[in-house]
Design a protein around this ligand. Structure first.
Ligand SMILES: *Cc1c(COP(=O)(O)O)cnc(C)c1O
Length: 435
């Protein structure tokens, strides 16, 4: 399989090249040259088996192909739970993707990317510095995935004061080869610095800079696997193809769901569940893409005003009328998210994070409107990461999962950076040389 840039300005790349580059040299995102079909019926029942069957066609002919099952074993060493909901109005389930080290679905993509990159490193290569801008969860997942890996260093930029205390702790408690900086600015500033640095050829050479942000193909592809696994498991139990309700920001996770359906997984309608950032809703309803500055919400990992994966969606599925028949969007503001956290707890006994609450809000809205079809709501993060939002609403303490507790118990150190790009470049230069 070869991979093309969404902007069509570069030669096709192999999987390995696309994974290492992150962004194509023309500024586009890599997409597969065609959408392969997955043998859903013959894929193994377990998540790793489904992942190998789903990903094999993308790895075909690449140097990494012989390592696919090892990569999957390493990256999918996280449980993925399809938990039925006590829903009197129709069959429904929660797909819990938050059992990894950073307690959010991004662990799957980050660990898969790290496993691929580690195998592509050659003896004598300089230490690669992976740059990440994060609005909360990406940085923690990437830090966890690369922490302690020889040959790699991670530099995380996050907006000072705009992420939850526990999210910040998950970025700043690693030490070793992970460096996190609180930028005196917004997420957009963090992202602008990272983009500018990755576009500066001299700086890229000097520090062997690489990227691990959500547009990297190595993060997108593994996410397709859990949709194939969940849809197949659900249909085996209920005899019907589930629709998916996916909390969405930059459209990485939901695009994986659309790809899984296009590959032949038994998936019905897909609903993008948004917070107050409504750009994707406008795109689907009016067919026009109008990026906006992001709006800060309590579901902060979805505060995206210019969802970059939309470019992938439009390239892979150019017939927008056909696409819109199976894809909808709904937006929930902070008040509606808070109300859904309370209502989902009362109705289903689920303690949801603010992101997951958008999917549950949509499930409850549909049930109340008489929709009885099977739905899977996607749970993208563990509620304990957002304790300051969820605990006061439910009036109860949330148990912290073991992996998160381990991180939260480590000492952390804050490093604040001025907002200007020069300060960021100086900080890069001042990092200790690694052996
Ligand atoms: C990143 C994230 C999202 C949004 O995912 P996208 O792939 O950016 O659409 C939703 N929920 C949580 C908890 C996240 O960390």
């Amino acid at each position: 399989m070869r991979f093309l840039s969404t902007r069509g300005g570069v030669a096709p790349a192999t999987l390995s090249e696309a994974v290492l580059r992150g962004l194509a040299d023309d500024g586009g995102l890599y997409v597969p040259e065609r959408v392969p079909q997955v043998e859903v019926e013959t894929a193994a029942d377990d998540l790793a088996g489904a992942a190998v069957a789903t990903l094999a066609p993308y790895f075909e002919g690449d140097a990494l192909a012989p390592a696919l099952s090892d990569i999957v074993r390493e990256a999918f060493d996280i449980s993925c739970v399809l938990s039925p909901l006590p829903d009197a109005d129709g069959p429904s389930a929660l797909l819990e993707l938050f059992h990894g080290p950073s307690a959010a679905f991004k662990d799957f993509g980050a660990r898969f990317l790290a496993s691929c990159m580690a195998r592509l490193a050659r003896p004598g290569d300089p230490v690669r510095t992976i740059l990440v801008a994060t609005s909360g969860d990406t940085g923690g997942a990437v830090a966890a995935a690369f922490h302690g890996r020889p040959g790699f260093r991670v530099v995380v930029l996050y907006p000072d004061g705009l992420i939850s205390a526990r999210q910040e702790h998950q970025l700043t408690a690693w030490g070793g080869n992970v460096h996190a900086f609180a930028l005196a600015g917004r997420f957009d500033d963090c992202q602008a610095h990272v983009k500018r640095a990755l576009g500066d050829a001299a700086l890229v050479r000097a520090h062997a800079l690489g990227s691990a942000n959500s547009i990297s193909l190595g993060r997108l592809l593994p996410q397709v696997a859990y949709y194939v696994w969940a849809a197949r498991g659900f249909r085996a139990g209920h005899g019907a193809s589930p629709g998916f309700l996916v909390p969405t920001g930059n459209l990485g996770n939901a695009l994986a769901c659309v790809l899984a359906r296009a590959m032949g997984a038994p998936i019905g309608p897909i609903v993008l569940c948004l917070n107050a950032n409504r750009v994707l809703l406008q795109f689907l309803e009016q067919g026009e893409y109008l990026p906006q500055p992001s709006i800060a919400t309590i579901a902060n990992a979805m505060d995206v005003g210019a969802p970059s994966n939309l470019e992938r969606l439009s390239t892979l599925f150019p017939d927008s009328a056909a696409l819109r028949r199976g894809l909808e969007a709904r937006s929930y503001d902070d008040d509606a998210i808070r109300a859904a956290i309370v209502a989902a707890h009362a109705r289903y006994g689920v303690v949801a994070c603010p992101h997951t609450a958008t999917a549950l809000a949509e499930l409850m809205r549909r049930r109340d409107a008489g929709d009885a079809r099977p739905w899977i709501a996607v749970a993208t993060a563990h509620p304990a990461k957002f304790d300051t939002v969820v605990e006061p609403l439910l009036g109860q303490a949330i148990d912290v999962p073991a992996a998160l507790r381990t991180t939260l118990e480590r000492p952390s150190q804050r490093h604040v950076l001025e907002a200007d790009y020069g300060a960021f470049v100086r900080a890069l230069r001042e990092l200790d040389p690694l052996p």
